[in-house]
Design a protein. Structure first.
Length: 384
């Protein structure tokens, strides 16, 4: 639901009921991931998508019915129609389950607060019951303050606390995922399946080297939802005017800046300096940090010399294996803009465990069942 936070927040502020259709499970080549949502207002206005177009009409009609009748939440499944590819089904061959429910903002003030936090760029998560007893289906609980507090209820303090404990980890990782709680006397006798919608702080992209390639990469990184920093020790090159798409431009020695800045498992670190006096101390430090992606620009010859120098400084082989160098995928890129696409394509493939091969050469589902990405793109884009 956080993919349409702006409109939902407006409706909540206006105390306008709406119907919310949430993708709660996908299979095969379903085009959109769990957590994606479509909503319909009382005037028939629609926002969002659950399938990229395949079943929107049927979902819209169901939303109108639930909204007008006030009936309990409804789960429905859509799949491919063998008899008629244009029937109400996914022509891509995938399957998805959708939960449709009426939301009355007056009954869920915590949801308004959570949506406001999303739009303000603050970390927040909303846990939604997608399977369990009928009277609990569709209930929501918001985890606020980066996990320090919760609001709303799923049926009592024990289950609320158990959910909050699980949500904190997902919120730190920026992952939207299903979790199960209950089924015991300590929390809740009924087993509940929840879909946890997360909005974490935007992941960082650190670009070292104030070169033309960095200008194009900072634009591409910001488009993908990263908070972009460009760092270079040369003040004549490291200026905001040269990098208008970066969130910040820092004049400092790269390794010194990296020593004192915050990184995590979602951080993408791109070294574009290809100058040993900058590269070696920077990479020696970076290779020991828990960043999500680390790449360095340079020719294959530069790469080999760089590895030799790093080995001489005592960097172990298992750390060197983390380095993507020469940086980027083989797209035949020549211009800074093409190179930026090459680099960001490699980052996307790495964080989603993709092959980097043309889809025409990869068997199976094009949206295959892969581990949850380490970067929650839809949530990050809301803060771009």
């Amino acid at each position: 639901m956080l993919n349409i936070a702006d409109m939902l927040y407006r409706w909540c502020r206006e105390a306008r009921p709406f119907a919310l259709a949430t993708v709660v499970r996908v299979g095969g080549s379903a085009p959109l991931p769990p957590g994606t949502a479509l909503a319909v207002g009382t005037d028939g206005e629609v926002v969002g998508s659950v399938s990229g177009g395949c079943v929107e009409g049927a979902v819209y009609d169901l939303c109108r019915r639930v909204l007008e009748s006030g009936e309990p939440p409804v789960r429905t499944r859509f799949g491919y129609s063998d008899d008629d590819a244009f029937a109400v089904g996914l022509t891509c061959g995938g399957e998805l389950e959708v939960l449709v429910q009426r939301i009355d903002p007056a009954d869920r003030p915590h949801l308004t607060t959570a949506l406001e936090d999303v739009l303000a760029g603050r970390p927040v998560a909303v846990a939604q019951v997608v399977d369990g007893p009928r009277h609990l289906l569709g209930r929501t609980l918001s985890v606020l303050g980066g996990g320090s507090a919760y609001d709303g209820t799923l049926g009592g303090q024990p289950v609320d606390r158990a959910v909050t404990d699980q949500v904190r980890g997902l919120l730190r990782a920026g992952r939207t995922a299903r979790v199960e709680v209950g089924g015991d006397d300590d929390t809740c006798p009924d087993k509940l399946t929840l879909l946890v919608h997360t909005h974490a702080a935007p992941p960082r992209m650190l670009i070292f080297g104030a070169v033309d390639f960095a200008a194009a990469l900072s634009q591409a990184g910001r488009f993908l939802g990263y908070r972009v920093t460009v760092c270079d020790a040369r003040p004549v090159f490291a200026t905001p005017a040269r990098f208008p798409h970066a969130h910040e431009v820092v004049v400092d020695w790269p390794h010194r800046y990296l020593e004192h800045t915050e990184v995590d498992a979602r951080t993408a670190l791109c070294v574009l300096t290809h100058d040993a006096k900058f590269d070696i101390p920077l990479l020696r430090l970076a290779l020991g940090l828990p960043v999500g992606y680390l790449g360095a620009m340079g020719s294959r010859r530069t790469h080999e010399h760089r590895l030799e120098r790093l080995r001489e400084t005592g960097v172990p082989e298992e750390h060197l294996a983390r380095l993507h160098s020469p940086i980027g995928l083989d797209l035949g890129a020549r211009t800074p803009e093409e190179t930026a696409i090459s680099i960001t394509a490699e980052i996307i493939a790495h964080i989603n465990n993709g092959t980097g091969l043309p889809l025409s050469r990869v068997p199976g589902s094009i949206h295959g069942s892969v581990p949850a990405p380490r970067i929650p793109s839809s949530a990050a884009l809301l803060s771009a």
